[in-house]
Design a protein around this ligand. Structure first.
Ligand code: UDP
Length: 329
C-alpha cells in the first residue's frame, strides 16, 4: 500500500516534480502552497491543494490533523540569492520562521519524517571542488544562511525529539518532466536555462552573460545542472533512508558546465544561436559549484539518469516551446 505525504511548495518547480514521482508510485499526496510562486495548474486535479500560508499555524494544523502523514516534504520557500541580499528579514521569516512552524506541527501531529529542500548556496565560496557534505559551510547570502539555520533546527529536532530528516542540498535544478506536463515557470525568471531558451526563441532580449573574467577555462561560471526529475527521485531515495537515520546529501552530478557551454547546448538543441551580451559579474556568484554526490550514491544507490546537458536542455526547451506563457496558458 502507498504512503501519504504533505508536500509544501508542491505547486512549485521541484515540488511539482516530486508530487508526480510520489503519485507514479501510488502514494497519496496533499499539497500545501500559498501560490505566491507556485501554480495551481502544476498540481494534478485529483491531488488536494490546500491554498494556505506557512505563516498561519492554524492552517498547518488543519492540513495535518487526522491525516496520519508518513512524512512531510518541505519545498515552500523564497529562493533568490540576490533578492535575499536586499531583504534578509523576509528570507529569515519565510524560510526559518515558516520551517519552525512546520517542524512544530510535525511534532504535534506525530509526523516523524521530514525532507527539506536545502541548497548549495550554504557553501558560499567553496574551498574545494567537488563539494562534499562536510565541507565548510559559509553562506554568502541571507538565503543560504536561512537554509543552513533550518538544517540546524532539524538537527536539534532529531537530537531532542527523534524527528528524522533529510537535508538535500540542491545544486542547479534544471530541465522539465520528460512527459511534458510540468516545467519551470518563475515570475520573474532569473535562471540561466529558461532565459537562454526564451532569448533563442526571440521572446526576450539577448541574454546577459554575468561575468567573463572568472578563473575558469572560458571565463564564465561553472554550475552543476541536475535534471529536476532526478532531484525528485533523490527525494524518494533519501526518504527511504530515514528508517535508519537522518541524512544530509549534496545533490549534483559531479560535473559542471560553464555559462558559455550552456548557451552552446541551447543553440544545438534549438537549432538557433542564443543572442547574448557580455555583462558584469552578478554579485555573490562563486566561480564554480559542483557537488560530490558520492554519499547519496553510496548510501542509497541513487544516481542522476539524465546527465547529458543537451538532454536536460532538450526537456526544458520542449516545455517552454509548448508553453509560451508557462502555466498561464
Ligand atoms: N547567469 C547568467 N545570466 C543570466 C542568468 C544567470 O550569466 O541571465 C549565470 C549566473 O551568473 C550563474 C549561472 O548562470 O553563473 C546559473 O545561474 P542561475 O541563476 O540559473 O542559478 P544559480 O547558480 O544562481 O543558482
Amino acid at each position: 500500500m502507498g504512503q501519504s505525504f504533505l508536500v509544501t511548495g508542491g505547486a512549485g518547480f521541484v515540488g511539482s516534480h516530486l508530487v508526480a514521482a510520489l503519485r507514479a508510485r501510488g502514494d497519496a499526496v496533499v499539497v500545501f502552497d500559498n501560490l505566491s510562486t507556485g501554480h495551481r495548474a502544476a498540481v494534478p486535479e485529483d491531488v488536494p491543494l490546500v491554498h494556505g500560508d506557512l505563516t498561519d499555524a492554524t492552517a498547518i494544523d488543519a492540513a495535518m490533523a487526522g491525516q496520519g502523514f508518513d512524512g512531510v516534504f518541505h519545498f515552500a520557500a523564497l529562493s533568490l540569492v540576490g533578492d535575499s541580499m536586499r531583504q534578509p528579514e523576509r528570507y529569515f521569516s519565510a524560510n526559518v520562521g515558516n520551517s519552525l512552524r512546520l517542524i512544530e506541527a510535525c511534532l504535534k501531529h506525530g509526523v516523524g519524517k521530514f525532507v527539506f529542500s536545502s541548497t548549495a548556496a550554504l557553501f558560499g565560496m567553496p574551498e574545494r571542488i567537488p563539494i562534499a557534505e562536510d565541507d565548510r559551510v559559509d553562506p554568502g547570502s541571507p538565503y543560504g544562511e536561512s537554509k543552513h539555520m533550518v538544517e540546524r533546527m532539524l538537527h536539534w529536532a532529531d537530537r531532542v525529539h527523534g524527528l528524522r530528516y533529510a537535508a538535500l542540498r540542491y545544486f542547479n535544478a534544471a530541465g522539465a518532466d520528460p512527459d511534458g506536463r510540468l516545467g519551470e515557470d518563475h515570475q520573474p525568471e532569473t535562471h540561466l536555462i529558461p532565459l537562454a531558451i526564451d532569448a533563442a526563441l526571440g521572446r526576450r532580449p539577448p541574454l546577459a552573460v554575468f561575468g567573463t573574467d572568472y578563473p575558469t577555462p572560458d571565463g564564465t561560471c561553472i554550475r552543476d545542472y541536475v535534471h529536476v526529475s532526478d532531484l525528485a527521485s533523490a527525494h524518494l531515495a533519501a526518504f527511504a533512508r530515514l528508517d535508519d537515520s537522518s541524512v544530509t546529501y549534496n545533490l549534483g552530478s559531479a560535473s559542471g558546465h560553464s555559462v558559455r557551454e550552456v548557451l552552446a547546448a541551447v543553440a544545438r538543441v534549438g537549432g538557433q544561436p542564443v543572442p547574448h551580451t557580455l555583462a558584469a559579474r552578478r554579485p555573490g556568484d562563486p566561480a564554480v559549484l559542483i557537488a560530490s554526490p558520492e554519499r547519496i550514491k553510496r548510501e542509497t544507490g541513487w544516481a542522476p539518469r539524465l546527465t547529458a546537458l543537451e538532454d536536460i536542455v532538450a526537456t526544458a526547451w520542449a516545455w517552454r516551446a509548448a508553453h509560451p506563457d508557462g502555466y498561464r496558458a
